[in-house]
Design a protein around this ligand. Sequence first.
Ligand SMILES: [Zn+2]
Ligand SMILES: [Zn+2]
Length: 270
Amino acid sequence: MKKFGKTISMLCAACIMVSGVTLTAFAESSSINEQTIDVKFRQVIDMPDVAAEDAELLALAMEAGATTGWVYNEAEQRFERLVTYDDVEVSVSGTDVDLDTNGRARVLTQANDTVEVEVYDPMLDKTYTQLISGDSTESAIIIDLDISPMFSIDVDNEELEKMDIQTRASTTDPYWSNGEKGVYGYRLHCNRFNGYMGNGTYYSSHTSVQSLLNFFASDCDWALGSYTYCLADYGDNPYCAASPSSKQASCSTLMGHYNRFHMHTTYTGK
Ligand SMILES: [Zn+2]
Ligand SMILES: [Zn+2]
């Protein structure tokens, strides 16, 4: 009997040890979270004050912008859209992860940890860093891209204007004068003003409701929905450029469109 009692107490001790190990193991596994990270870019176009007489044009721009995902944020006076870029490189706590076509990555994160997510855009050679909580099961990374400067580029053109040289686009000249109306087949820097509902006119350096209407559903707008390439036009290695001629309207070529000026017969058509 005495021996039996001893056996029981040894068994109990073993039980406690086993359950202790089990509890520790459970505690460890519960501190790891399977987490979905959603990586999105929010493109923003700041609007100037919209004059009362432009209200109708703005309504038209809202309709045209909707075809490529743009929404007008009235409180902020800007157009916004969320896009997914799957050609960016993402790392979580220093380890590279793959994004699916919806811009999502599935990772394991440690509870109570702050986790660093790095998103690198090779085209812009730019890294964005955001911190997320290791406790979550879902996190959203939203990177703001202000594309308002797209409406004030073409430095070459501005330089030429300063020199008071008559600039006219043609089938051989890719430089446009401010307010110049597009002609089919003319060379250009980027097809960013051939939107279906626009007037096909080039505006060099201002954001107006009309210039937005020209941009929405243009070749460039469609391209920016899938690639950041045209945003590189401000840097040392532009994607679309007036010179060299091989870079003219590269985003049109990318979308399978004609790389000289053309208008469209539908929102999505060539
Ligand atoms: Zn372009
Ligand atoms: Zn086109």
